[in-house]
Ligand binder design. Structure first.
Ligand SMILES: Nc1ncnc2c1ncn2[C@@H]1O[C@H](COP(=O)(O)OP(=O)(O)O)[C@@H](O)[C@H]1O
Ligand SMILES: [Mg+2]
Length: 321
């Protein structure tokens, strides 16, 4: 069942120099309980996409076009109060900096109990037990005792676990997680990923996992969307897509991963830089960095769809033997 239907979403920053097209015609569906990874280099529009979905784009940014249907309800231009209500109950967010979510003057336990009781009729004791159980599941040792600590007494990794546990408490329909493990070390990252995935599965929560880390997304997502210069350039089931990407940009991202390179071989970075979104060239925005580009690439980019996969490219790659 489709939970979220995004069509031709455009979010622009209207600056003095002109319109910065941070999100420029993004369309996708998200099924209930599905985990969707959104990847791309820094500045490609991932976070702005996430913020657009929950109505939290700051001026001079604005959703200037398109549609976001959440469980049948249009969210673009939805009244602020209705949006706030949805954000509390049905859509939750986890950011890279958990400090934004946690209240520094309340104990972890107090905050979690309040969060539980805001939506469920549970006694203090039962709410506390639930909070401790969730923290334990996310790898916080001695969780029962740690509930009496304040956020500043927790490490960054611990605070992020608390923020994730809180986001999952009400079994929301959707969690948008923007780089929640980026600041953590790799082993903690992997553990949180696995636990968050399990908890989301249990509660039937759909997850949009935003990251520049392709390996993390490969480990957690059912489906992947690759974003470049405000557009989705490739999407599809995560395994099939990463095993044989069709878009040269996705290939480039894969080839620059240490894990997929030949042992001893140099990592191949994608040459050049991400383009300025203020004045994109016509046609494919990746063309200036692409080894396959030719004269055709300055014309409108065709969308190639096949087997639940999509690529926007004039010269889609054949699977490698
Ligand atoms: N406040 C702002 N003013 C102008 N442009 C902005 C602003 N915030 C973001 N942008 C533009 O949106 C683009 C996408 O940003 P973002 O979604 O944060 O990228 P990502 O999350 O993929 O790293 C940036 O490259 C920048 O050009
Ligand atoms: Mg970002």
């Amino acid at each position: 069942m489709t939970l979220l239907q995004v069509r031709a979403l455009r979010t622009h920053f209207l600056t003095r120099a002109g319109a910065v097209k941070a999100v420029d015609g993004v369309s996708f569906d998200l099924q209930r309980g599905e985990i969707l990874g959104l990847v791309g280099e820094s500045g490609s529009g991932k976070s702005v996409t996430g913020f657009s979905l929950i109505g939290l784009v700051d001026p001079p940014g604005r959703v200037v076009g398109g549609s976001i249907r959440f469980d049948g309800q249009e969210l673009v231009d939805l009244a602020v109060t209705r949006m706030r209500e949805l954000r509390g109950r049905r859509i939750a967010m986890v950011f890279q900096d958990p400090g934004a979510t946690l209240n520094p003057v309340l104990t972890i336990g107090r905050q979690m109990v309040l969060a539980v009781q805001a939506h469920r009729r549970l006694s203090e004791r039962a709410a506390r037990a639930l909070a401790a159980e969730r923290l334990t599941r996310l790898g916080i040792p001695d969780a029962e005792a740690r509930l009496d600590a304040y956020p500043h007494e927790f490490s960054g990794g611990m605070r992020q676990r608390v923020a994730i546990a809180m986001a999952l408490l009400h079994k929301p329909d959707l969690i948008i997680a923007d780089g929640p493990t980026t600041a953590l070390d790799v082993s903690i990252q992997a553990q949180i990923l696995v636990e968050m995935r399990a908890l989301a599965r249990e509660s039937g929560t759909a997850l949009i996992w935003i990251s520049h880390d392709l390996a993390a997304v490969a480990a957690v997502a059912d489906r992947i969307m690759v974003m470049y210069a405000g557009r989705i350039v490739e999407s599809g089931p995560v395994r099939a897509t990463l095993a044989a990407p069709r878009h040269p940009y996705t290939r480039g991202l894969l080839d620059s991963l240490p894990a997929t390179a030949q042992p001893g071989a140099r990592l191949r970075q994608i040459p050049g830089n991400t383009p300025a979104l203020l004045s994109l060239p016509p046609g494919c925005p990746f063309a200036p960095r692409c080894g396959y580009a030719d004269a055709a690439c300055v014309t409108d980019v065709p969308v190639i769809e096949h087997d639940g996969r999509m690529a926007r490219c004039h010269h889609p790659l054949e699977p490698r033997p």
